[in-house]
Design a binder for this molecule. Sequence first.
Ligand code: AP5
Length: 211
Amino acid sequence: MKLILLGAPGAGKGTQAEIISEKYNIPTISTGNIIRAALKNGTEMGLKAKAYIDSGRLVPDDVVIGIIKERLAQSDCQGGFILDGFPRTIPQAEALDNMGIAVDAALSIEVADREIVKRMSGRRVCEKCGASYHIEFKKPDVEGICNVCGGALVIRKDDEPDTVIDRLDIYHKQTEPLKDYYKKQDKLIIAHGQQAVSDTTKMVLKALSEI
Ligand code: AP5
């Protein structure tokens, strides 16, 4: 299974990717997580990306395409993968095609903007491993502590309401056209993000079983 997850910031791509990854035993490649890890480690790429990621703007295509090329060449991607957050622009999608990578499907998780703004205010992420939680919809076992690694849960800098609105605007202008791009390739699947995480999962897994 070679899958692209599309959807607005906060639509639940990372949440569903974690579940699909376990079910199909394939890695999730999240460009957002890779960039945040580089930022935390103070690498040259991380420092270059900081201003973009903090303000919710897209990191330049050449940087992200380079990250993906390197990551997809690793052996754990041989049996398939989930791309979470890539491609995000038409040139990124074209670059993937030019790498000779034929995906099986591009699954778009659709959630209304007003719901996204509400959701993002409740997201908490582990400052150590990046695992994602929600104060109402996906609570950790112990408040403020990551179930996976015991790290502290914090608010992501780009989840400030004004930044979320800017990210949504960028999504509609630059990323949403990818739906048409994959529709033309007959690879687009739409799943409507539901109120509960488990309901969205049911829809997503059903859609994937029909590919
Ligand atoms: P990235 O990390 O990819 O962020 P994003 O796409 O904006 O997506 P999010 O991680 O914010 O949300 P998500 O859809 O994964 O939702 P989640 O599952 O967490 O990118 C960050 C930045 O990196 C970008 O702004 C850009 O600067 C840069 N970048 C990354 N890739 C790039 C690229 N290709 N090109 C250029 N720049 C790039 O869910 C959100 C919350 O809702 C969670 O708290 C969750 O628990 C909760 N939730 C999930 N599902 C449900 C549900 N069904 N019901 C209720 N709550 C739910």
